[in-house]
Structure formats: C-alpha cells, structure tokens
Design a protein around this ligand. Sequence first.
Ligand code: G6Q
Length: 530
Amino acid sequence: MPNPTTLPAWQALQAHHAEISKTHLRDLFAADPTRGTTLTAEAAGLYLDFSKNRITAETIQLLVQLANESNLRGRTEAMFTGEKINTTENRAVLHTALRAPKTAQIVVDNHNVVPDVHAVLDAMSAFAIKVRSGQWLGHTGKPIKNVINIGIGGSDLGPVMAYEALKHYSARHLHFYYVSNVDGTDLAEAVLGLDPAETLCIVSSKTFTTIETMTNASSARQWLLATLKDPAAVAKHFVAVSTNAAEVSKFGIDTANMFGFWDWVGGRYSMDSAIGLSTMLAIGPDNFRAMLNGFHEMDEHFRTAPYDQNLPALMGLLGLWYTNFFGAHTQAVLPYEQYLKRFPAYLQQLTMESNGKYIQLDGERVNYDTGVIYWGEPGTNGQHSFYQLIHQGTRLIPCDFLFFAKSLNPNGRHQDILIANVLAQAEALAFGKPDSPEPHRVFEGNRPSNMLVADQLDPATLGKLVALYEHAVFTQGIIWNIDSFDQWGVELGKVLANKIVPELESETEPALNHDSSTNNLIRRYRAARR
Ligand code: G6Q
C-alpha cells in the first residue's frame, strides 16, 4: 500500500485546500442556494447533512478519488471476506460476520464462520429468555434481579454504552451494573446493597487474563461466597464470555455457561458478539437481533454505495480532510439524545485505539497525522460548558451533531426545545455573528459540522450508528495505511504493571531499578500505605 501523501489525489487536495481554505461557509451557501439539500446523503434511515463543511463539490470528488486510489473498495472486500488484514496479529477482521444473516458464507481458514456465530446467538438467546423470565434460579432458588458485567475496555465500553442507549427497551425488573476499574471502589459501589443470591456476574474477557477483570471477578466470587458459602453456588451466579475456554474453567466457571467468540473479533468491535450478553439480557433476544440487522444494513450500504453517497466513507473522508489538510486535532461528537450519553466515550476507544498509530503497514513511520481525537458530551449540556471554545476559541474543531426526530419520552415542549438548540448551534458555528461593534461579541463562524438525523433511537438505529462509525474509522485507517485492528499500546499497559505489583506487595524492601522518579514514588507509596 502506498504512503497516501504520494497519491495524485492527495497532492490535488493540497492544491485545492490552498484555493478554498479561506472561503467562508457564508459565501459557499450564498453561491449555491441548493447546497443545504444537495450536500446530503441518506441510507438505512440515517440522514447526513454535510453541507456545513468547508468543502465544494470538487472537494468531495477529490476525496472520493483519494479513497479509490487507496483501494478502499478492494480493502473493504478483503475485510468482509475474511482476509487476514490485521497483519501485525495475522488475523482476519470479521466483526461484520457477527451480524451476517444465517445464509451467508464467510470462510476463514477453510471454515464457514456464520453457523458458529448463529449457534452462539441461539445459546445466548436461550439463556437470556431463562434469566429474563425468572426461570434461571440462583443457588438458593431465587430468580435473578441484578446483573453485573465485569470487563474492561472493549469488554465494557460497548456493553455499557448499548445498555444506556437502549434502556428504554430494557427489562426494568432487572438491574444492570458495569464494573471495569481495578480500583476497588468500582466493585464495592456496584455490589453495595445487592443480595448475592439474586445476582448474576458475567465475566467478559476475550483473553480471560486481563488483570483488572480477573481481579474484579475473583473479588466478586469472594463476595458471593461470603454469603452463599457453598462453592457450588458459582455455577448459578457466574457465566463467562470469552475466547479462552481453558482459563474460564480454571477460574471455576463451567464451560457449559461460557459464550464464545473468536480471535477475528477485536475488543472494540465486539459489542455485537457474545460480549453483548448483558445487552441481550437487558433488551431481549428479539431487540438484540434487530440491532444486529441494523448493523448489517449499514455494512451493506458501506460495501456497495458509491462513495459520494456513502455515509461512513463520507464521514471518514471529511474527518481526514480536516486532520490532514486543515491541521485539526480533535473531533467533537455531540448527541442531542440523553440515552446516548456514553456514545462519545465508546467512540473514543473505537476511533483512537484503532487509528492512533504511527507505523504504516510496511513498517515505515508516517509523515502525516493519523488518529483523530474524539470527545464529546450530550447536548444541550455541553453548550453550558465547552462549546464556548468551539465558537470563539482559536482551534478548529469539526463537530458531529446527532439527533432523533421523535423523543422516547415525549413531554410537552422538551423535544422542540432540544432540537431547536442543536439546529441553532450548527447554524451559529457555520455562519457566526459578524456584525457586533464589540469584538468579544463577534462570532467568526466558518466552524464545520455534520448533522446526522434519524427518526427515533431504537436497537436497529443504534446498530446502524455504530457500524457507521466503525466503517468511517476503517476508511481513514485504509487511507492512512495503518493497521486499525491491532492495539500494541494496550498490550504494553498489560505487561508494565505486572513488574511493579510485586515491588509494591513485597514484605521486605525491594531492590528497585527503575528511573529515580519511579523508584522514589514506589518508596513513598510503600511508606504511606503502611
Ligand atoms: C480493544 C482492546 C482492549 C480490550 C481490553 C479487554 O480493542 O483490545 O480494550 O478489549 O483490554 O481485554 P479482554 O477482553 O481480553 O479482557
């Protein structure tokens, strides 16, 4: 794969940027009164208005050319058909197989994986039905009331985001808790006041060796046994989601109560695998399958639609336009939907762990920026804190606004006021307020944004939204010529602490051979802890 800066389209974009970068959105809109309806795209019930971007029709044409010169179509086919495109780990990348219909054929190492996916889905569904209906009984014969998902990173952020996003559709007689941090406070606060006899723990870990998750799982087992006493209780109160059956049974969980997935599912791409078991327990198997169908619809759109009408490709390309040509560092994601309060945190992992890389596929260092920094909060809350900097700060921060036409909790004027705010913010950012005599009241405008609109937040729509961002990240990763599917930075964190833990725990003063700062901090911690 070529260094993208050597491609003709990249060079054409550089020249084009020099021509149009000073043009104001006010002028672009004045020059073309149809802009607000033409620079739009719609697919799978999602409407994208990208007219308030600092682009012309020529920009889109050149960005599409860049996608083509980077062989985005060919690389997409390689991903969907199970080629080992995660080269540093020699793995296929097949989260799209998790939502493929039963009849699909996706072959990895001479094996069609689709029946395996559906077998796990069926097992999850049977289990979810038992727990939700009260047929699954705890050790003392009580039905389950509380579900604790124990996992971290990709084994936490997707499940907790989806649970919050789809709470409206969840079984309200069940209470869900998400424990991720090895800080003892996380588990302590989650179990406070819970009856172990009515509690189910889902230990979610692809590897089943992650120190945070295994520490929390062991402490949760101790908490359970402190009340229920009998080790046989573990079988009724612990299930596992993992790819590592050997470690699951070593922990004491019957592998009959294990829901599997595969090495071709990356952690941050796993919320629609068995890692979504807590989601399925909350919203039920039918809603979970509706979510998968939503994912699949967006997959097919990305795979087949021309790029100038392709939502994920457009969003990926626009992000790249600002990163590499305008020098923007961050992208705000601003859902005007309270249920999506964890969506920005989820996207942070998806985008930053995937594309935060400086090594190209051929091992060369990049000589261009990669990896957009994602951040955000739901509107309207953010308006009362950080929007100031987006409006009048010195930095360029492209925004993704999201809203749904229908509220899941309609109440008087609330929704109209909410939507008036998101429309007004995007309008003010783009067009500003140039005519005040007082400089501090002037808003320059020319701040770009996307507006993503759907009818209502439901399981299918959530699936479409997540798949949209997954493929936008993929689009950028392909052009940046990096491996979006490894995470060596995370792996480093997993080994580093293991060296220090015994130095903190040892009874006798350990010999330390870190740098002077780390050595000193270890000594101070040991002294303070005593
Ligand atoms: C995700 C990352 C990382 C991972 C966690 C948990 O893509 O690989 O966030 O999900 O480190 O790993 P386990 O599921 O193996 O515990």
